[in-house]
Write a new protein. Sequence first.
Length: 473
Amino acid sequence: MRYEAVIGLEVHAQLLTKSKMFCGCSTKFGEPPNSQTCPICIGMPGVLPVMNKKAIEFTIKTGLALNCSIASYSRFARKNYFYPDLPKGYQISQYELPIATEGYIEIVVNGKIRGIGITRVHLEEDAGKNIHEIGASHVDLNRAGVPLMEIVSKPDIRSPEEASEYVIKLRSILRYLDVCDGNMEQGSLRCDANVSIRPVGAEEFGIKTEIKNMNSFKHVRQALEYEIKRQKDILEEKGKIIQQTRLWEPEQGITMSMRTKEEAHDYRYFPEPDLVPVVIDMAWIDEIREGLPELPHIKRERFVKDYGLPEYDSDLLTSTKEMADYFEECLRHYRQPKVISNWIMGELMRLLNLDNKEIMECPIRPQQLVDMLRLIDEDVISGKIAKTVFEDMYRTGKAAMAIVKDKGLLQVSDQDELLKIIDGIIEENSNQVTEYKAGKEKLFGFFVGQVMKATHGKANPAMVNELLKKRLG
Ligand code: ADP
Ligand code: MG
Ligand code: ZN
């Protein structure tokens, strides 16, 4: 029997508001435990929450970017459960009336565009964090009450690869919108994956399991691959899949049962009585729509159309807004899109990846990159030496010309100087000269190599060719 996977993702994104969802506490990450708390977010009795308007604006913005309808009337709901990191005994979330519904995003997998439906985007508050050590457990409530947006996809995803592509695309959109920093390691973007399998061609969905605790794209893919295989093995042995929540264990590369359906919470949702309903008028939605930035897929199309770049380059260069801005800033000073693209996608990305850095942290400014490209065009340095210079610029932050001067890397384009070197080489290699003249033409490369060696790679290659041809007849 051949099976296909059915996957739906629930992504939680912490919003980049300055203050929390229902109180004025700061949302800054990494502060001393419990230093950013107040009676509201630690769940004291008798306090009243007040909505953060910016968080609602960010959710509308996201809803619009994900092609959703925005509800003119929505409301918050109480989701009741007890856990030490949730001192109120309930989380304020949304239930039957979320802010945004029925949208989609497009992902590209194996060159094919696929639309993935979005069921809903709703707003809630984050819980605190439990920290366990041997002999003691601690609760840090700095995160309690931070605005959290939940984006639920339809079960439209069909492979682990599509799932990770979906998260990458969603993250990119959230970062373009400036509503979430997308940092999966710090937990500002978290993802739960629901997965079932069914025989190829079947209409009906199978029983799903939900996987939690994946904090990178790679984990999403690996956990799903593991889980699909596990479900297949069960069905092939005529077993039954149990609906359950499972945890991804990255060290062992497996998922483990966390709780089954019988142990599932009954959240006893009801409308949050301490908050008024959310009424959103058309004028506000229009205003937010007007302010939307150019989204990644639109930018990608523009890069192809306006700059004549290949799809591949455009996709990579528009993967973050910062990268696209960097590229366009270079272009303002130097009108050769493909040359710039090659340097960014090649050397620049290579160095950034080595250091695990983002383009915003790149020590080479666009103007400096362009200055170096000009040195190549003006024959001051060769393309090969440029790579060394570039790495130096990256390490030291110095300008290209300064490095070229300091290290004596100027390209040798002086005809007399080159001729002197060439004549010396011809004299020392009379055997090869005789062979070359007798018709062994591939020895030409040998002479070029000798000149390059003598000049430490700095000889102007075009001139070397020309002069060697002359001298060797
Ligand atoms: P639950 O009530 O268990 O939370 P939901 O209907 O809210 O389930 O769906 C949660 C997520 O699971 C959504 O992303 C949805 O697309 C996905 N999903 C629902 N049914 C299935 C299924 N049979 N297989 C895989 N994913 C599913
Ligand atoms: Mg659900
Ligand atoms: Zn507070």
